[in-house]
Design a protein around this ligand. Structure first.
Ligand code: FE2
Ligand code: FE2
Length: 413
């Protein structure tokens, strides 16, 4: 195990070895994840763990086999930032900070990285201690499908970190109070932040979801710059401050909806959200269109042209080639029958982002944030059609087809 530099005199290294050598059993919390980046939600959990456990092992992942998307920052840079954060915690509160160790075992293993391998390694190092694996309640939902899940349970106890909106029921799970509990949960409310949301914020120049040390390090090294590269181009596409704020909120809302939708790649959610209104103020002439495309756009209502044009801009100017992302941009105003989950997420996020106040939006927002996408689509499309009728505006055929589709689907359930 490697430890952070500049250890204080009574470092956890000495304490840990003394206790293990002396045969005294410790309760050890294992907190893993990509920590890409380490955010205020992580910090809050780690502080609670320090109050409850003798030792807290932070285990940054190399690549998570479940994420299916590339990490945005190199593992060594993530490790260095984590070291800086732990140093800061030690300086601020030695009682807590001295209990924290950074464990490199997953980083130094070739991916894919499996929890069972980490636990076998840690059990060998801490044979007499009680190991407690921290799991988000959302991750616990899929735990049975993990490699050697039964063996994991033989090697350690599970400590659930309740997450708002996760369908797994933590109600009956006892709160951890020390001692030996095979399944328990943290009994404190945890800040609901995700690394994906923090990365989106960074692109918009907002760092308040990050501990100051991490924020400073990200700014100094210009990390997570890919999304910022898109945001920087908004003014050249004529987007106002108000529109940019809307896009920021749509991206955050889309990520929150995606939390309860299995199998959606968050990077695609962000790309579609960041580009969904890119053409809101762009004259058609700025990009190359075929005669057929021009004819197609001319036949559309003016308020939906930007969605179809936006998909072309995303492809031609931002190099987006993923069909699902392009379709999510293309159909974010009209919807269509047979939408993918990504398309539904972007459509709904655009409709229910926090500043939207039209009548009935709360019920659509609740359904969407609880992962009930088809019901949310059905009600949302119905409201859109009613509004368009009231204003005497043309209703696109894709919208009526989508509404009929989601009505059939939800009635059949
Ligand atoms: Fe739009
Ligand atoms: Fe929008």
């Amino acid at each position: 195990m490697l430890f952070v530099q500049n250890k204080t005199k009574n470092s956890v290294f000495d304490k840990e070895n003394a206790r293990v050598k002396g045969g005294v059993m410790m309760n050890i919390a294992i907190f893993g994840g990509t920590m890409d980046p380490f955010h205020c939600g992580h910090l809050q959990i780690v502080e609670h763990l320090c109050d409850l456990f003798d030792l807290v092992l932070l285990v940054p992942n190399n690549v998570s086999p479940f994420k299916g998307e590339e990490l945005l920052v190199d593992k060594e840079i993530r490790y260095q930032m984590l070291c800086l954060q732990v140093e800061r915690m030690r300086a601020q509160n030695a009682q807590r900070g001295d209990k924290i160790c950074i464990e490199r075992c997953e980083m130094d293993r070739e991916p894919p990285s499996y929890t069972i391998d980490t636990l076998l390694y840690l059990k060998k190092k801490h044979p007499k201690d009680g190991l407690y694996l921290c799991l988000g309640s959302d991750a616990y939902e899929g735990f049975a499908g993990w490699k050697d899940s039964q063996k994991i349970l033989e090697l350690c106890n599970l400590l659930l970190v309740p997450r708002q909106g996760a369908s797994v029921d933590c109600e009956g799970v006892p709160v951890f109070e020390g001692g030996h509990q095979k399944l328990s949960k943290l009994g404190v409310p945890i800040l609901q932040v995700s690394s994906s949301e923090a990365r989106v914020d960074i692109a918009f120049g907002c760092f308040d979801k990050l501990p100051p040390v991490i924020a400073k390090s990200i700014q100094e090294q210009n990390l997570y710059a890919d999304y910022a590269g898109i945001v920087k181009q908004y003014p050249s596409y004529g987007l106002s401050e108000g529109r940019i704020g809307h896009i920021h909120r749509v991206a955050q809302t889309a990520l929150q909806i995606a939390l309860n939708v299995h199998g959606v790649v968050r990077h695609k959610v962000v790309m579609a959200a960041l580009l969904h209104d890119i053409a809101k103020r762009t004259p058609q002439a700025q990009i190359v269109l075929t005669k057929q495309q021009e004819k197609f756009l001319l036949a559309l209502s003016p308020n939906i042209v930007h969605a179809f044009l936006g998909a072309e801009i995303a492809q031609q100017k931002f190099g987006v080639s993923d069909l699902d992302v392009l379709n999510a941009i293309r159909h974010h105003t009209t919807g269509r029958a047979e939408m993918s989950d990504l398309e539904k997420i972007i459509y709904l996020a655009d409709m229910v982002e926090p500043r939207r106040t039209m009548p009935g939006v709360e019920s659509v927002r609740d359904l969407a944030l609880n992962g009930r996408l088809d019901e949310a689509m059905c009600i949302g499309l119905g409201q859109t059609i009613d509004n368009l009728r009231m204003r005497g505006e043309k209703i696109d055929a894709r919208t009526t087809q989508a509404y009929a589709h989601f009505q059939r689907l939800t009635q059949a359930k």
